[in-house]
Design a protein around this ligand. Structure first.
Ligand code: ARG
Length: 446
């Protein structure tokens, strides 16, 4: 059994070890490739300030590149008795290189290591989320344009209100994602600052070159103040989780609409049969379970920022082991939101839209304001016209005209989908993922 990095003469109690390590050996697998990249940058910097010899750096980098390949292949393992990814990488290096492997930890702590790992992981997963959101956005805009003339009722208080359209419905969720992307972009900026060099949270007496590791890892800037850099643990995850929760909130609302519109009583949309599930007793059922689970999964994701708030709330500055627990729900959240986005994308690409809702007599009253406005244009003051139409409705002799003429920006007849796409795409273009890809390429392939 491997010993701990910190174990000296006393062996830690077995139960205490299990309790404190918890799920870390599993969670840290998410961080493994990034831990290796962080080490590559750190030791390159150590050599530049004289704490490693050039040939030592060379063999260490060669070995780390091998470990990196294992980590991205998914075959990386944290062995029984090894606490975390940081210990495992150091163990692998000392196993193959002996004493040289023991030199890499000068001027750092697992506290800034896990911080940098998290930030590198977040950056790469935000890229995956942004790409998935982009695909869904394009689908929504496509469907909005395709069904721009298909009128459905709009509701307030779940009461039939005014004409809406599938153009508006699809486009509304596209524009919602554009705002969610703005928040995701802000979260990316917060994550894109280098904490490495803060060590245990108070810096180091070695003359670390933090600007160098910042550049090597493709960060925008460093988290300058070492105490604040450590405070970034938990805060960064919370801000990123809030951004993921924003996307989840959009999709949970969409999922509720979709469940409702798919019910027989609305019948606005129909999922292809292969996307529905049956009942064990009622032979006729074709249930929209996919959207129900989407709603619940999205609601679960919206609990994440609150969970992180509660774990970090009232902790003073400085590192605490409490922070480790954030990983358990935070790290898998990215796969979860991407899975949801992809599923919604697939559903909405293939959903069948009912093009005959507009003239169904059940929805006659949604045209009341159209009629009021028509009379206003013909010269009747609004309040009088409103009253006339109201009395006709109450007397049961209101007959609508079905032509709709909405022309202002963002309305049925003028969706502004090009403007919405421009908003989304210009936010997406601001991410600059290339900087970190180029930096990683240099570390991995140099
Ligand atoms: N597993 C720990 C975490 O996630 C790594 C840092 C350990 N540092 C320490 N001082 N015990 O926080």
């Amino acid at each position: 059994m491997a010993s701990k990095l910190w174990e000296k003469n006393v062996k830690v109690d077995h139960d205490v070890e299990a309790y404190t390590v918890g799920l870390d050996r599993e969670m840290d697998l998410y961080l493994a490739p990034f831990d290796v990249l962080g080490s590559m940058a750190h030791i390159t910097m150590l050599q530049s300030i004289g704490l490693l010899e050039e040939k030592e750096l060379k063999v260490l980098l060669k070995e780390l590149r091998k470990i990196y390949k294992v980590a991205v292949s998914g075959e990386f393992e944290i062995e029984e008795g090894v606490e975390d990814v940081h210990s495992q990488v150091e163990l692998m290096l000392t196993r193959s290189l002996g004493d040289i492997g023991k030199k890499i930890h000068s001027g750092r702590s697992r506290n800034d290591q896990v911080l940098v790992d998290l930030k590198l992981f977040i950056r790469s997963r935000i890229e995956d989320v942004a790409m998935a959101v982009k695909r869904l956005f394009d689908t929504l805009i496509g469907q909005s344009n395709r069904y721009k003339d298909v009128v459905i009722p709009g509701y307030t208080h779940l009461q039939v209100a005014m004409p809406s359209s599938f153009g508006l419905w699809f486009g509304a969720y596209a524009e919602s994602l554009a705002d969610d992307l703005t928040v995701l972009r802000a979260a990316y900026e917060v994550a894109n600052r280098n904490p490495l060099g803060s060590a245990a949270g108070y810096g180091s007496s070695f003359p670390l070159n933090r600007a160098m590791t910042t550049k090597l890892l493709g960060f925008d800037s460093m988290a300058y103040n070492v105490v604040y850099a450590q405070m970034g643990r938990g805060k960064t995850e919370r801000i990123v989780a809030q951004a993921l929760a924003g996307i989840a909130a959009t999709l949970s609302k969409l999922a509720f609409d979709a469940c409702m519109f798919n019910s027989q009583n609305f019948g606005f949309i129909k999922l292809p049969d292969e996307f529905t599930t049956g009942s064990s007793i009622m032979p006729h059922k074709k249930n929209p379970d996919v959207f129900e689970l989407t709603r619940a999964k999205c609601n679960k994701l919206q609990a994440l920022p609150m969970e992180i708030t509660l774990i970090t709330n009232n902790l003073p500055s400085g590192y605490f082991r409490d922070l480790q627990l954030i990983k358990e729900n935070f790290l898998p959240a990215f796969d979860s939101i991407i899975d949801i986005i992809n599923m919604v994308d697939s559903m909405l690409s293939q959903v069948k839209v009912n093009t005959d809702v507009a003239t169904d007599p059940r929805y006659k009253l949604m045209y009341s304001v159209e009629e009021v406005n028509r009379r206003v244009v013909e010269g009747t003051p609004f309040r009088d016209s409103y009253k006339q139409v109201g009395l006709e409705i109450e007397a049961g002799n209101f007959e609508p005209r079905y032509d709709i003429n909405h022309t202002h920006e963002g309305s049925i007849g003028n969706l502004c989908n090009d403007e919405i796409a421009e908003l989304f795409n210009s936010t997406l273009a601001k991410f600059d993922f290339n900087t970190y890809h180029e930096a990683f390429d240099k570390l991995i392939n140099a």
